[in-house]
Write a protein of this length. Sequence first.
Length: 189
Amino acid sequence: MMQGRIWTISNMLSLSRIVLMLPAMYFFVTPMTFHREIALLIILVAVATDALDGYVARIRNEVSEFGKIIDPLADKVSVAVVVVMLTIYGDIPVWFTLVVLGRDVIIFLAGLYVKQRTGIILPSLMSGKVAVSILALTLVFPVLRYPSLENIYQFFLWLTLVLLGYSFLVYAQRFFSTLREHHGQSNNS
């Protein structure tokens, strides 16, 4: 595993996810024909970089400690930008935004705590990646605002909540077990 390299292709893909939020926000708020559809296309490109960065890191042997930090951070920043924009424009409920952002902040802070206490950087979990992928799909509906898709949107909204809750529990379990294991190892030494 690469310890010190930061400027790798996979890490640049992760960073591009954050950068892509700037044109996405611009098109989202600029009244023009198909402005929301253009914003959605940019957001979908950002989602594609999420799928690509991990793949590229593995095939190019670019897995790094920095990558373990920047990838989930880019996810959280991108999601935060989109849900806050949608909330400001009244496209998604405030409570949903608070759940999404609250979960992400808690997971991020817990990861920092584990790193500080144990020196271990916890990578993203598959349950979290699945939840965020379904969240991204769910956010397509309020971005487009097509009334004919409202029932499908409601289904995905609740599915997203279930998956976010499940992944949060999995992250919490790993958080406590990592701290327990580290505490046990430090007591034995």
